[in-house]
Design a protein. Structure first.
Length: 183
């Protein structure tokens, strides 16, 4: 006699994510037919019999519901549709990146304008911008008087950006975060 074992996690869900057919051991389940119609609450054995008669699988789609919800479907097709939907959702997702712009306190006006234009491009793409003012040597003594550079930077971008985090001193740097203006 050969025994096969199904390895389950602590919550009772099979490692293959969804429980199908004989893996479903609940007394009562709510059953949804192959066309999406409600077949009502019945024992798992009756539901499995209905699935077998239709030549399909019984899949537990909502294990936490009271009673658990099972659906009569072709498992291979159901799994394929699920992965396709997840892939589509990932395609539509946009990850927000943080772009950094570094400057020194003695930056010239034209250089500052170039940096502002670069930040504008990043913001239009939907990215966040981290503006960093780096201090070296004796520049550290005049940190507070250089805050106007970041203020001017933010002022120049008021048409398309909002200051998310105000200028803040961290060690040898002063940083500020900008995000795209919504609405």
């Amino acid at each position: 006699m050969i025994f096969t074992y199904l390895f389950c996690s602590k919550e009772g869900t099979a490692i293959s994510e969804l429980m199908i057919n004989e893996q479903i051991r609940d007394k009562e389940v709510r059953v949804i037919g192959e066309e999406g119609e409600q077949l009502g609450i019945m024992s798992a054995r009756e539901a499995q019999q209905l699935a077998d008669d239709a030549g399909l699988d019984l899949v537990k789609i909502a294990p936490t519901a009271k009673p658990p919800v099972c659906r009569i479907v072709d498992y291979g097709k159901f799994k394929y549709e699920q992965t396709r939907k997840e892939k589509e959702a990932r395609k539509k997702q946009h990850t927000v990146e943080i772009k950094e712009i570094r400057m020194s306190p003695n930056i010239d006006t034209n250089d500052l304008n170039t940096k502002i234009n670069a930040a504008r491009k990043f913001l239009q793409k939907g990215d966040r911008v981290k503006v960093t003012l780096r201090f070296r040597g004796r520049e550290m003594a005049h940190m507070n008087s250089s805050k106007y550079i970041l203020d001017d930077f933010a002022e120049a971008l008021t048409d398309c950006a909002v200051v998310e985090k105000a200028p803040k001193v961290e060690g040898r740097t002063m940083t500020m975060f900008l995000t795209e203006k919504r609405g």
